[in-house]
Design a protein around this ligand. Structure first.
Ligand code: ATP
Ligand code: MG
Ligand code: ZN
Length: 155
């Protein structure tokens, strides 16, 4: 089988699928969880964690065979890995590549950590967070999920 050497690690190329590169170090497995492919599925994927980036520093990298992403998945990935680049692979070639973008209004994605928030009651309102200088802020109760807290724990 043909192998490519990429940025110091050997990765087997995929014929068709998705590469998520430049993931914040340590968040590769969170990406897998967000995509719901961590267990009991027939999806083939590879996670590389804490690899050297050609652009300096470290990164995680995820390659998924025969799977493309929908917008809601890309929006979730943006929250935990704002520098991620998503490439679509078809017939071994990169046919499209895009950056992720954190939406200014984050609807229905983050679960508010405040148990008394209206978004966590019996007839919940859809959660709504916006970007705040310290992290993400709930528009209903003003709870802030700071960068130190890791927003991935609330997705
Ligand atoms: N057939 C393939 N199978 C698996 N991974 C691939 C394949 N082709 C490209 N990639 C990976 O997809 C990503 C984007 O490919 P590209 O050729 O644009 O790399 P790049 O120039 O290093 O991009 P960047 O500047 O974003 O790091 C890289 O991580 C590359 O290793
Ligand atoms: Mg590169
Ligand atoms: Zn709230």
């Amino acid at each position: 089988m043909k192998l490519t050497v990429s940025e110091g690690i050997v990765i087997s190329p995929i014929k068709n699928g998705t590469v998520i590169d430049h993931i914040t170090p340590g968040e590769g497995l969170t990406v897998i969880r967000i995509l719901g492919i961590q267990d009991g599925t027939n999806v083939t994927f590879t996670v590389a964690t804490n690899v050297a980036s050609s652009q300096g520093g470290r990164k995680d990298l995820v390659k998924i065979e025969n799977r493309e992403l929908v917008k809601s998945e890309v929006d979730k990935i943006a929250l935990i890995a704002p520098d991620a680049k998503i490439s679509i692979i078809r017939n071994f070639n990169v046919v499209a590549k895009k950056s992720v973008e954190i939406p200014s209004d984050i609807l229905g994605v983050i679960k508010c950590p405040n148990p008394n928030c209206i978004t966590n009651t019996k007839e919940p309102a859809e959660s709504r967070f916006t970007i705040h200088s310290r992290g993400f802020r709930c528009r209903y109760c003003d709870t802030i999920i700071s960068r130190e807290m890791d927003v991935g724990d609330y997705i």
